[in-house]
Write a protein that binds this ligand. Structure first.
Ligand code: NDP
Ligand code: 2IT
Length: 449
């Protein structure tokens, strides 16, 4: 419960304005609970209406996306771009294509992105976009036509100095390529920095594909070292999801000496006690775009079970939820604690419900929140924009080293912020406050509120 009357008033307004936006309320309340710890020291926030401004997007764009399917029939989806805050840099954040996309999901992701981008130390504001289009089962030609139609509206709202989208769920290199191509055609200009996650032949950065997953593990490794004098070595790891973030989190966890015993997709999960063979998994998920159940048919000693949430019934040491929001609820968290896990690092955005976070923290597990842990993706997006501006490309090692340095810095920054707030070890508070302060200082200095 919030102690500050001012914050209570702001939260009530958020809920009464948009009563159905549950995911957005959840993200806002967690941040306000952190700000509650420092609000007494900052009377200027209330005086300047800072928090009211902070929880209201600069602008919300919503549009129709018509496209023609392979049978010649017109389909209509809804597109969004939430430009939430540009106090510290141009709007930046991914596009999500998934049937569950709605205004609440877009606003929660845009809101989280403000703080995440601030934590990277790079000059990027917060935004998110996407559509309720479902790429599953669509042909390449259908995905291309959809992306071209999406960009035919989106192009007027974005630009390297305005707003630079990238990928997220359902948007990978293929989709970014089609979107960027349409932008280039319509604008008749080669503006590399308008989108990140581009292919390597047209301005993409080496290590962007790996960045989010690798970053999740770099931050976890630093957290283990500093808070437990420990590491990934000889740890059993479970990674939920099997998309861009999950695959490269599993790869780095394995390189650091862990054994990834289980992964999932939205249908079910695979269990391979000997360690997931990532070459087989990549072939199934990235090249063939097939279901994860194929793995158990191809790898002796592994099994497949229906129901993706049940992945957490397997005992492990380190949990890396990398699929989607709210995948770990209270009962699942209790099961994870009972099974003896000691670390949860959020690779997906907001994968743990608030009650799950409380259960982990009360049980003494290390909990790294998503806005810090998965910031490596957008950080390398920022580095991609730098390279585009310089008309230059760094090597894989150069980008990877910068990523590592950024993730280590993020860990120490949020760890120190938690201590300064009087809640040592609470990295949720640390991330919220460290991310928030920089943005709010910039808002106040620019007279933006
Ligand atoms: P992908 O589309 O590459 O993969 C998503 C994975 O999660 C797939 O295995 C998918 O299964 C599963 N999944 C998606 N939605 C659901 C759902 N509603 N229920 C169960 N499983 C689901 O996405 P990413 O790997 O890029 O994104 C994963 C998470 O990481 C998201 O929360 C995203 O916001 C976050 N993130 C991504 C970044 C990036 O750079 N890509 C950066 C920072 C955060 P299926 O194949 O069956 O759909
Ligand atoms: O949630 C995220 O940080 C992303 N999907 C990546 C955003 C980006 O601009 O690279």
């Amino acid at each position: 419960m919030l102690k500050s009357e001012y914050l209570q008033k702001v939260y009530t307004q958020v809920v009464t304005r948009d009563p159905d936006q549950k995911e957005f309320h959840q993200a806002v309340l967690e941040v306000l609970e952190s700000i509650d710890l420092i609000i007494d020291k900052h009377p200027e926030y209330e005086k300047n209406g800072v928090i009211e401004s902070f929880v209201e997007p600069d602008r919300m764009i919503c549009f129709r996306v018509p496209w023609v399917d392979d049978n010649g029939k017109v389909q209509v989806n809804r597109g969004y771009r939430i430009q939430f805050n540009s106090a510290i840099g141009p709007y930046k954040g991914g596009l999500r294509f998934h049937p569950t996309v709605n205004l609440s999901v877009m606003k929660f992701l845009g809101f989280e992105q403000i703080l995440k981008n601030s934590l990277t130390g790079l000059p990027m504001g917060g935004a998110k976009g996407g559509s309720d289009f479902d790429p599953h089962g669509k042909s390449d030609a259908e995905v291309m036509r959809f992306c071209q139609s999406m960009m035919t509206e989106l192009y007027r709202h974005i630009g390297q100095f305005t707003d630079a989208p990238a990928g997220d769920i359902g948007v990978g290199a293929r989709e970014v390529g089609y979107l960027f191509g349409q932008y280039r055609r319509i604008r008749d200009r080669y503006e590399g920095g308008v989108m990140t996650g581009k292919g390597l032949t047209f301005g993409g950065s080496l290590a962007r594909t790996e960045a989010t997953g690798y970053g999740v593990c770099y931050l976890t490794e630093e957290m283990l070292k500093c808070m437990r004098n420990d590491s990934f070595r000889n740890k059993k790891v479970i990674v939920s999801g099997s998309g861009n973030v999950a695959i490269f989190a599993a790869e780095k966890a394995t390189q650091l000496g862990g054994t990834v015993i289980a992964m999932s997709d939205s249908n079910g999960y695979i269990h391979d006690p000997a360690g997931i063979k990532l070459d087989v998994l990549k072939d199934i998920k990235l090249r063939r775009r097939a279901r994860i159940s194929e793995y158990a048919k191809e790898v002796p000693g592994s099994t497949y079970a229906e129901g993706f949430r049940n992945i957490w019934s397997l005992p492990c040491d380190i949990c890396l939820p990398c699929a989607t929001q709210n995948e770990i609820d209270g009962p699942t968290a209790e099961m994870i604690v009972k099974n003896g896990a000691s670390v949860v690092t959020e690779g997906a955005n907001m994968p743990c419900r608030p009650e799950a976070i409380r259960i982990f923290q009360d049980a003494g597990l290390l909990l790294a929140p998503s806005k810090a842990a998965n910031a490596g993706g957008v950080a390398v997006s920022g580095l991609e924009m730098s390279q585009n501006s310089m008309r230059y490309s760094w090597t894989f090692e150069e980008v990877d080293n910068k990523l590592k340095e950024i993730m280590v810095n993020i860990f120490h920054n949020i760890y120190n912020a938690a201590e300064e707030c009087g809640v040592p070890g609470d990295l949720v508070v640390g991330a919220n406050i460290a991310g928030f302060k920089k943005v709010v200082d910039a808002m106040l200095a620019q007279g933006l509120v």
